[in-house]
Write a protein that binds this ligand. Sequence first.
Ligand code: CA
Ligand code: CA
Ligand code: CA
Length: 981
Amino acid sequence: MGRLRPSAAAAHGMSLPGPRGRRTFDARPLSGPGAFQIGSDRGIDRSGEGREPAARRNGKRARCRTIMLPSKRMIRIAFPFLRLLLVCWATVVWIAVAGPPACSSTVGKRMHDSAIGTGSADSFDPDGDRDYGDIPDLAQGVNNTTGSRASAPTREPGSSVHFEQEGTLYAHIPITNPQPPSTLLPPGATALSLTVQSSENTTCAFSMGTAMSYDKMTPFDQGAGTTVHQTILNNLDPDPNVVNNIYVRCASHPDYLLQLKYRSLSQADPSYPRTGKLWGWWDLFGKGLPSMARIDLWLAAAGATADEIRELRLLNPGMLILTNINAVDGANLPDDYYLKDIHGDRLEVWPKSYRLNLTKPYVAEYQAHYAYQRMLDNDLMFDGVFFDNVFTTQSWRKYDIHGNRFLVDADENGVEDDPHAFDAAWKAGVFHELETFRAFMPHALMSGHGMNIYEPGIAEIFNGISVGFRTADVLESEMIFADLWDEYHAWHEMARQPRVTMIESSPPDQIAYGYDYSPWDKVPPSTLEFARAYYPYVRFGLALTLMNDGYFTHEFGDTWHGNDWWYDELDFELGYPRGLAARVDLGVGPSENQMVNGGFEAAISDPWRFQVNETEGNRATLSRDTTDKAVGVASARIDVTAASGVEWHIHLSQYNRSLEQGVIYDVTFWAKSDTRRTITLGAQKGGPDWRNYGLRRHVFIDTDWKKYTVSFEANETANDARILFQVGETSGTVWLDDVSMAVRPPDVYQREFTNGIVLLNGSKDPQEITIGPGYRRLRGQQAPRYETILDDGEATFSTTGTWTSVKYDSGELKATGPFYHCWKENCHERSGSQGEARWDLEIQAADTYTITAWWPAAPQADTWNQNVTYEVVVGEQVIASQTFDQRSGGDEWHFVAEVLLSPNNMNYIRMHCEGEAPCLADALHLRSRARYNDGSSAQKVMLQPLDGIILARVQGSDVYLPLITTPIRLSNSTSLPSAPN
Ligand SMILES: [Ca+2]
Ligand SMILES: [Ca+2]
Ligand SMILES: [Ca+2]
C-alpha cells in the first residue's frame, strides 16, 4: 500500500495515497497440508488494522489482549493522574498483588481480566505454552502526565546499553518505572544498566532467569534505603533466540514481583540477493519452516509464534521478522476513538474497519501501546513492527468505502474542520503514536507503508519502508525511474540504523489490480501463471533492489500477498557488495546548465522574475544576500511577511527555458529557511494557460543549507517554460542558491559484488554494455532469453481496412465485476468485412519462439467474431496459423504457434476475420526457447529498457567492469563516492 499515483504525486508533490491507497489485504484461502480454515477462524489479521486474530491456529481462542480502552467519559471523571494510571494499567506486571494498587482499582474489570490473579509468582505462564496472553507481560514507565519520553539510548563502551529516561514515581505501586522497560537490545548486548523506583524507602534486589524469593535475590548496586535503585545487569545472553527474564522485588513488599524482558537483536547481515515477504505468513506457513527460512525479512508476520520464530532463526540466522499494526485504523474500540464526520458517523475504510481519530493523544498512545503489547505478547521474539498506512495527512480522504461524503469533524464541534488545522493535529497524533512506540523500543525495527522519507521526523523514527509496487509503475510509465531511484536510495541514506528497506516488485498492474480485491478467484489461471513468469518485471525489480542494500520480493501486488514465487536469480549466491552502485559511463557528456545566473552571483534580473499576488494579501520581498549563501558570493533571499497560503501566490521563476518532450531533467539547487517548511518546485508554460510542463513537487527544506535534486520528465517540447520556486504557503524567509537544470544522464548503473556484478538499465532505450572478460550469465531454466509483448498501441502494428482503437477495460481496484482488459487498456476493433491487422516482428536472434495472443473478456464479446485467424508469416510464406473464437477466452494468452524465426527474414503476424462480426487485434507475446540465464560468457550485454541482469564472476577471475563512472546523485544529498576500481 501506500501506492502513489503519479498524477497524485504530481498534484501534491508527495506520497499522498492514491486510489490504491488501501490497506493491504493479506491472505487468501489455501488448501492442502497445513492449510488453515478460511474466514475469521483462520486467525488472520485480515484487514491489517491491528486487531488481534479471532483465534489462533491451534484453534485455541485468542486471549484478550485489550490492554487499555479508556473511554472519554472515564477520562473526564478521573482525577488528573488518570493518564498516568492508564499507562501503568497498560504496562505494569502484576505477578503477585499485595493489595489493590491505585492502578488496578482505577482500571477495574479490565485489570482483573488481564491480571494473573493467582497471587503466585510461580504461576507466570501457568499453562506453559509460552503464550503470555494470560497476563500483560510488560513493564515500563513513561511519564505521560508530563509527556516526557525516553531520550535516545546512548551506547556505553563495550556491549553495555544505557537508556536515559525521565522518571516518574507511581503512588502505591511497590515497584515502578523500570528504565529501560522490557525491550529489545542492540546486537551482542551483554550488560545493561537498570533503574527502578520503589513507592517507599526500601532495598530492592533482582534475579535473572527465574523468579526467586526476595532473600535469594541479588541486591541492586545502588539505592538501598531510598526510592531509586540502580544496578548493572551483567551476563545477559546476547543470543537473539534467548529472552533474558529479569525479576525484581523490594524488601518493603517482598510478594510483589516485577518482571522485565530483554532480548538482543541478531546481527542480521544476510548475503545478496536479500529476500523479503510482506503479509504472506499465513499463506506460506503450510510450506513448512525450512521453506520459509529462505526469506531474510518477514514483514507483518503477526501470525508467527515465538517457537516458530526461534526455529526460523536457527534455520536462517540472518532472518529478521516484524509483527504489524495498522497505524491509523482500528476495530472493536470505544466509539470515541474513531474519527467522525459532522454527523457523528465514522469513516469506514475497509469493511468494518474505521479510521481512528489520531488528533486525540490518548488514541495515539493506545496505538503505540498496542504495538508494544504485540511485541511483548510473543515473548519479545519479533524484531520490530511494520506500521501499515502511515498517513501523516488525512484531509484528502473525502469519502468512505461506500462512496458517502465524509466531512471531517475531528474536534467534534459539529462543524467541518479546516483542512490545514485538521492535518496539523492529525500529523502530530501520528508522530505521537510513532514516537511513543519508539520510546519503548529504541532498537526495534520499524518499517511500514506510506511514509515519505523526506518528511521531517520520519527518518529519525523508521529503519526503512516497504516500497510498495512502484517498479510496475515505472515500467508502465506512471512514474519516472529517477523518482523511484531517489526514494530508494534516500531511505538507505537517511533512515535510522540499521536500515531494512524492501522493494515490492510485481507483475503488470492490469493483472495485479484488475481483478477485484480477491483476485485468486477471478484471474484466469493461465493469466496468473503469466503474472508469475513474466520475468522482465522480476529482473527490473531485483536489479533495482541490488543497487542498494535492500530486500527484494516479487509478489502478485497489493491485492494478494503470500505467493511463494521464486526465481533462478534468487538462488545465486551473489555475496556482498564491494561498494556502492555507480553510473555506467555510456560516453554521454554532461549536459549544459540551462539556468542563467542560477547562483545569483550577478544582480537578480531577467530572466529571473519575482511575483507576489498582493491583491490576495501577500507581502514578500526578494533580495540578493551576500552574507548568507551556499555557493559563491551571494544567494537569493525571499522574505515573506504575509502569505495567503496558496503556494503560487509568491514565486521566483526563471522564464524562457527550453524543454524537450520525453527528456528527463534534473533541477538541482541549494535551499534553507528560517523554519522547517516546504516549498513547491514547478515547471510550466510561461504565459496563459500556464499549463504544467511535467513538474510540480513539494520539497521539504531545512534551516541549514542543503542541496536538493528534483527530476522530472518534460511532457511537451517548449521554449517558453518557466521554472518556479513557490513560497506562498506560509510566511518566513527562504534562501535559494546555485540553481541548475540539466538533462539527466542515462540511468544505467552497475554494482560489484564478491561473486558477480549487477547491471541495471533504468533508461527508456535499449543499452548495450561492454563488460569484457571475467563474467558469465547465471545458469537457470526459467526466463526466456528473448521475450517481448507486441501491443497494438505500438509502431510495429498496422492495419488495412476499417479499424478503430477501442478501450475495453474494467479498470483497477474495482470491487465488482465483470473484469476485462485489453492489453494496455486499448485494442483495435474491425468493422466491416475487409482488412487485416499486422504486427511486425523484430527478431533479435534465430531461435524457436512461442507466440501467444491476447484479447479482452469484455461483456460485448458475445457478439464478436467466431473465426479469427492469426498467421505467422516468414518471407511472405505462412508457416503457421491458428483460428480462435473471440466470443470467449478473453483475458488470457492463447497459443498461436511455436516456430523458428530469425532476424534475417521479414517476419510478421497477421490477423484476419471471417464475416462482419467485430474482431479484436490486441497484443502478442513472444518467448524464445533459449534461456536468459544460459551460463554463457557475457563480454557484452544488451539490456532492454528498464531491465537488469545479474552476472557471475568467472571463478579465478577478478576483473572489474572498467566503466566506473560519475557517482550517483541523490535527492537531498551531495554526491556519493564512486565504486572501487
Ligand atoms: Ca470541527
Ligand atoms: Ca551563489
Ligand atoms: Ca492493447
